[in-house]
Structure formats: structure tokens, C-alpha cells
Write a protein that binds this ligand. Structure first.
Ligand code: ATR
Length: 286
């Protein structure tokens, strides 16, 4: 039996085992997927065990960047992004991929529209719709790297906001973006930072984290800030547990269009599954 896993810390929130095990069953693939909590000091020793016993893995918070030094090769995209969320074990050689970038672009491209009969249909936009769009990215970690890379490649103008300013500055320099400090609120109204899309890539709002008394939203002032703004941005969260995070609830309340985190999560999962098995599951859902 092939073994797969997702590693992270914390990992309890992950729905990856559920969706991948369901796909293995449906496709009659003899494999099992589990969530493994790996403490930061144990990452190296875990990867040694992984090399012997597992066929593939997903990597999540906080290891998307840190795992790279334990791998043997990277896909060109993972190398350009500087973060890995999917590992394939090819006979003992560990290759790192980034399927987050595919996931975020898929999530941004799919829009619900009403057809002529008034029925809601999903349409897929060309990535070129992002050309010249002003996008604010909250966070500067491994997930942010994939998001910023995808956006810049599509021609968007990106501003990175992060709690730790030095990290925002480093990422902004690398990908030719602007940056600012994330101090709990955006300078909407205070400056001319008008934007079309806001994407949260921080872990703020995640169920497992909220229990540990972290703030519930990376942007507490969102509702008040956007209520009076005429052209409201689209707000996307990459956190998917819960599906309706506080950030998205506030955004919806303020009249913004929202994109929930499950869209990116499912798309990156399908792409990872394809890299491991060569089969594209069409039915992945939560
Ligand atoms: P990942 O690789 O999954 O992106 P990460 O590299 O640990 O995980 O990055 C997590 C991101 O969430 C970072 O941008 C982090 O901000 P810092 O660089 O300041 O650490 C952000 N983050 C985590 N907890 C936060 C909190 N309580 N408030 C604001 N930002 C937070």
C-alpha cells in the first residue's frame, strides 16, 4: 500500500486526509493519506523516515519554505516561488513542487455569473484579466510566495502587507512589489491605497489557531473601511477551516464579492493527486 501524508504544525485543521482518501477509494488505488504533526525541531528526522516509507506529501504551515533544504530537486516553478507544498518521492529522490500557485489562479479565475435564463453558472476567466489589477496580499510566508508569483506572472500590481515588515520587504524586493506593515488595519481612506482584490495568506482566522487566542481576522477594520467605499474589492481567503472566516463574513457584510478558501484548497489538492498518481480526480469536494 502506498502511503501519503500532510505535514504541518498545527495540522489538526487539515481536511486533506478526508479528500485524498476518498479519491483513492473512488479510483480503487491502494493508498492511505494521513495528517502528521511535525514539531519544528523534528522536520529533518521526519523527512528521513518519509524517504523510506512514503510516496508523497503535502506541506503546510509553517514548513513550505523550510522543507526545501531537505529535498533533492525542485520543479522550475517551486524553485522560482521558493516554496513547496507538494513532495513526490521518486524511488528515494524527493522532488518538491508548488501546486498552490495553480490553486490560487483557479480560484481567482472562476466566477459565478447569471446566464440569460437567470441561472447561476460558473465561468472561467483568462488569467489575463489580472493584468494591471491592484492586488493587496496579506502575509509574506510560504503561501504568500505562491500567490505573489502567480499574480505577478499574470501582470497584476501587488502590494504585500505583513506583520513582520522585514519579511514583507524581502518578498516585495524579490518579486518587484510594494509593501507595508500589517498593523491590524489597512490604510483605506488614509492614503490612496485603492485596490481591486485582497487576498489573505496568513493563518489568522484558522480554527486551530483561533483556539490559541490569535486574532480572528487579519484586518479587524475591514467592514467599517469598505462600507463607505464605492468600488468594493473582491476579498479572498486561503484559510478554509472555517469556510466562512471572520474576514470573509466582514467583507460580505460590507458588500464585497468573496472567494472562499476551499476553492484554492481543492484545486491544489487535485493537482498534487495528479503528480502522485498520474490521474486527475474530477470529483474532489469537501
Ligand atoms: P506558510 O508557509 O503556510 O505561509 P508561514 O511561512 O509560517 O506559513 O507564514 C505565515 C504567515 O502568517 C506570515 O505572513 C505570518 O506573519 P509573520 O511573517 O509576521 O510571522 C502570518 N501570521 C501568522 N500569525 C499571525 C498573526 N497572529 N497576525 C498577523 N499575521 C500572522
Amino acid at each position: 500500500m502506498m502511503r501519503f501524508c500532510v505535514i504541518g504544525y498545527p495540522i489538526e485543521h487539515s481536511l486533506s486526509p478526508r479528500i485524498h482518501n476518498r479519491a483513492f477509494r473512488r479510483l480503487k488505488i491502494d493508498a492511505h493519506y494521513e495528517a502528521i504533526s511535525v514539531k519544528p525541531r523534528d522536520l529533518g528526522s521526519f523527512i528521513r523516515k518519509f524517504r523510506k516509507n512514503f510516496t508523497g506529501a503535502n506541506v503546510t504551515i509553517p514548513y513550505k519554505e523550510r522543507v526545501i533544504k531537505f529535498l533533492d530537486a525542485l520543479s522550475p516553478e517551486a524553485l522560482a516561488i521558493g516554496a513547496v507544498n507538494c513532495i513526490v518521492n521518486r524511488g528515494g529522490k524527493l522532488v518538491g513542487y508548488n501546486t498552490d500557485v495553480y490553486g490560487v489562479m483557479e480560484a481567482l479565475r472562476k466566477v459565478k455569473r447569471q446566464n440569460a435564463k437567470g441561472k447561476s453558472v460558473t465561468k472561467k476567466l483568462k488569467v489575463s484579466f489580472l493584468k494591471g489589477e491592484k492586488v493587496v496580499v496579506l502575509g509574506a510566508g510560504g503561501a504568500a510566495r505562491a500567490v505573489v508569483y502567480g499574480l505577478k506572472k499574470a501582470g497584476a500590481e501587488v502590494t504585500i502587507l505583513n506583520r513582520t515588515l522585514a519579511r514583507a520587504k524581502k518578498l516585495a524586493k524579490e518579486f518587484k512589489c510594494s509593501y507595508m506593515s500589517l498593523r491590524g488595519r489597512l490604510p483605506v481612506g488614509r492614503s490612496n491605497l485603492a485596490f481591486d482584490i485582497l487576498i489573505n495568506t496568513t493563518s489568522v482566522g484558522m480554527k486551530a489557531k483561533v483556539k490559541n487566542a490569535t486574532p480572528e481576522t487579519p484586518f479587524p477594520g475591514l467592514f467599517a473601511a469598505f462600507r463607505a467605499v464605492q468600488k468594493k474589492p473582491v476579498v479572498m481567503d486561503i484559510v478554509y477551516t472555517p469556510r466562512m472566516t471572520k474576514l470573509l463574513r466582514d467583507a460580505k457584510h460590507a458588500g464585497c464579492k468573496i472567494i472562499t478558501g476551499d476553492k484554492m484548497f481543492l484545486a491544489q489538492a487535485a493537482k498534487s493527486f495528479e503528480l502522485w498518481t498520474g490521474t486527475r480526480p474530477k470529483f474532489m469536494k469537501l
